[in-house]
Design a protein around this ligand. Structure first.
Ligand SMILES: [Zn+2]
Ligand SMILES: [Zn+2]
Length: 322
């Protein structure tokens, strides 16, 4: 929709006040506002750098961080828990940051443009909305910054967040761990009926290698934590029982491959070449759009999970123990 800019200004010093003047397209003066905590946002990039440099932690110093992002006309944009736009960062220097304003869905003439404050405001110094009145069907009831959302809510909006918000979150959080996985070419993960499924985006012939993957090994102590998987800009909260392969000494996280479905007549088999590296081969022709499947019974997972199989194969075993 447009490229916006915010000035990065030091507002922590006593008596520092800045006036922001607004002009329309042809330079006519519209009005002005005195920037304050309502019209500016704490700059977490600067704060994260301070933490890394060991200078101090902004989590314990009450609301006087050194740098704030001061917006022009965008300072008037309201929050919505179901925003119609998002704002990826384009560039930043010591004095200014540039961002792109992207419509998240169709916006019509007269519609209010809204953003989700939690995607760029971590602790919400000065922006708290105690009772949110955005009117969205998924309204969270209040807006107290990204830090105060539930983990499920945080994961749901992570793909829209500024990088420094996620940096701050994973540095501060003791129980949430970010895992990264690269989706190989020829594959995609699609959301169908509320679940993620690994599908082929090209044809694979019988006997052809579909991909080789390296599992991340997690100690039995760490597995109690919450794991968020990032792949291709998407974030999914993993489920200990359903997304991990449990071994005697450790647990394997197989990244994007966590979303491969079971079938009693699977179209792939996997073979380990190392305790963390395995290759998946097509057992028959796999067409674009088809789900990739393996037989969970062959995974030798030691955590017994039982489920009723609905794979639809003529030789379906019914109840699967994996
Ligand atoms: Zn709301
Ligand atoms: Zn089955």
């Amino acid at each position: 929709m447009y490229r916006g800019y915010a000035a990065l200004l030091d507002l922590s010093l006593f008596n520092h006040k800045y006036t922001v003047r607004l002009y329309d397209h042809d330079g006519t003066f519209i009005g002005e506002h005195l920037n304050d905590s309502v019209h500016s946002v704490v700059d977490y990039d600067a704060c994260v750098q301070e933490i890394q440099g060991g200078i101090h932690s902004y989590f314990t110093t009450a609301n006087t961080p050194s740098i704030r992002q001061v917006y022009g006309f965008d300072a008037y944009m309201n929050h919505s828990c179901d925003a119609n736009a998002y704002f990826p960062l384009v560039s930043r220097s010591a004095e200014i940051m540039a961002y792109e304003a992207i419509a998240y869905r169709d916006i019509f003439i007269g519609d209010e443009i809204s953003c989700d404050y939690a995607t760029f405001d971590y602790a919400c110094n000065g922006h708290e909305i105690e009772v949110c009145q955005c009117g969205a069907s998924n309204c969270r009831g209040q807006m107290l910054g990204f830090r105060n959302l539930s983990l499920e809510e945080q994961v749901f909006i992570m793909h829209l967040c500024e990088a420094e918000i996620l940096d701050a979150f994973f540095k501060e959080s003791k129980d949430a761990v970010l895992l990264h996985s690269d989706l190989p070419e020829g594959l995609d993960v699609v959301l169908q009926s509320g679940d993620n499924h690994l599908i082929a985006t090209r044809r694979f012939e019988a006997g052809e290698e579909v991909f080789t993957n390296t599992a991340i090994l997690i100690s039995l102590e760490d597995v109690k934590k919450k794991f968020v998987l990032e792949f291709n800009g998407r974030y999914v909260l993993l489920d200990n029982m359903n997304h991990f392969i449990h071994r005697h000494q450790y647990v394997e996280s197989v990244g994007f491959d966590s979303f491969m479905d079971h079938s009693c007549e699977a179209n792939t088999t996997q073979e380990y070449t190392d305790n963390a590296v395995y290759t998946v081969v097509a057992d028959r022709t796999i067409l674009p759009g088809e789900r990739l499947t393996c037989d969970y019974g062959t995974l030798q997972c030691i955590a017994s999970s039982k489920f009723v199989c609905r794979c639809g194969a003529s030789r379906c075993r019914g109840v699967i123990e994996s």
